[in-house]
Design a protein around this ligand. Structure first.
Ligand SMILES: C[S@@+](CC[C@H](N)C(=O)[O-])C[C@H]1O[C@@H](n2cnc3c(N)ncnc32)[C@H](O)[C@@H]1O
Length: 312
């Protein structure tokens, strides 16, 4: 697919953390244009195998073209990574990669409706075959709900004012395009020389709701973990602090040597001892180096976490 541009983030770190080697079996749950996938296939030549998926039809088309030269060593499927275990079964893979969020291609293609830089239909769905569009959300949700997602998912300090401005405008003219929404938000919070567009946080929040990103991640972490064999590695790259917290908590819980009774605070007296199910390969999140951050501004907020499975 022509024009699919996306630079894979922290490529060297991903390959190291997945501990790729020839002969292994790998999973890329967010293949996008196939940047990480192609690198995994190259590093695992001649006989490594890769299962890869993405919810986005354009991504699958681009990745199919990109991986073409590694014939017979990969299988691609258009699906949500939250169902990886239903696709692949348990205990099969040596490593699973989840590189969350959206690709540069999605952000930069006006027709996909993610962009506040270029006007396009207010869509934002990764999988355009169904589900709520951004226009349906922006025109249909109450002011309180809009303010809540702008605040909770976008971290937007002016969430209430922005939600009220949207409500006032849609009474006169329902939102149909990304340009209209970006301009409405910019009137509430003018740019005044800031680097980021004032609509950045609201657009992120809307996108995350439209695509059920938090719910997919909550289910996807468990699904990816089940797909791993003992000794296999889960590598997750996030670009959102809430998502990073979810990944950190998931990995820490697996690495603990105890369970907690459901709904109880974590106090030593209540702990039920058990063997750790994971090893944290790196205690802290790994971030891109300075050179990568300079070269690829989209990498700046990336955080990579990695855990190794210790049980079957
Ligand atoms: C940051 S891009 C990945 C880029 C890719 N690693 C590469 O090197 O080209 C994220 C991709 O994940 C996909 N995606 C996001 N959430 C998904 C989910 N729950 N299931 C499947 N794909 C998802 C998006 O459609 C997008 O193509």
């Amino acid at each position: 697919m022509r024009g699919f541009i996306h630079k894979p983030v922290m490529l060297r770190e991903v390959l190291e953390c997945l501990a790729v080697r020839p002969g292994g079996r790998w999973v890329d749950g967010t293949c996008g244009g196939g940047g990480h996938s192609a690198a995994i296939l190259e590093a695992t030549s001649p006989d490594g195998f890769l299962w890869a998926c993405d919810r986005d039809g354009d991504a699958i088309e681009a990745a199919t073209e990109r991986l073409g030269s590694h014939a017979g060593r990969w299988e691609l499927k258009r699906m949500n990574f939250s169902a990886l275990d239903q696709w692949l079964g348990r205990g099969k893979a040596d490593g699973v990669l989840l590189d969350l969020g959206v690709s540069s291609y999605q952000l930069d293609s006006a027709s996909r409706g993610f962009s506040f830089q270029a006007d396009g239909p207010l869509d934002m769905r990764m999988d355009v075959r169904g589900g709520m569009t951004a226009a349906e959300l922006v025109n249909g949700w109450g002011v309180g709900e809009l303010a809540r997602i702008f605040r909770e998912l976008g971290g937007e300090p002016e969430a209430g004012r922005m939600a009220r401005a949207i409500e006032a405008e849609r009474r006169v003219r329902p939102f149909t395009g990304t340009g209209q929404l970006a301009a409405c938000i910019e009137r509430v919070s003018p740019r005044r020389g800031r680097r980021a567009h004032p609509a950045t946080r609201c657009f992120q929040a809307i996108r995350m709701v439209v695509n059920g990103e938090i719910e997919s991640l909550a289910a996807g972490l468990g699904a990816a973990w089940r797909v791993l064999r003992r000794g296999g590695r889960l590598v997750v790259i996030t670009f959102h602090s809430g998502e990073d917290r979810m990944v950190r908590e998931f990995m820490r819980t697996e690495a603990r040597e105890y369970d907690m009774p459901p709904g109880q605070p974590d106090v030593p007296e209540l702990r039920i001892p058990r063997a750790a199910r994971a090893r944290l390969v790196s205690r802290k999140a790994i971030q891109p180096g300075e050179a990568e951050q300079l070269e690829n501004p989209r990498a700046r907020s990336a955080q990579l976490r990695v855990a190794e499975k210790l049980e079957d």
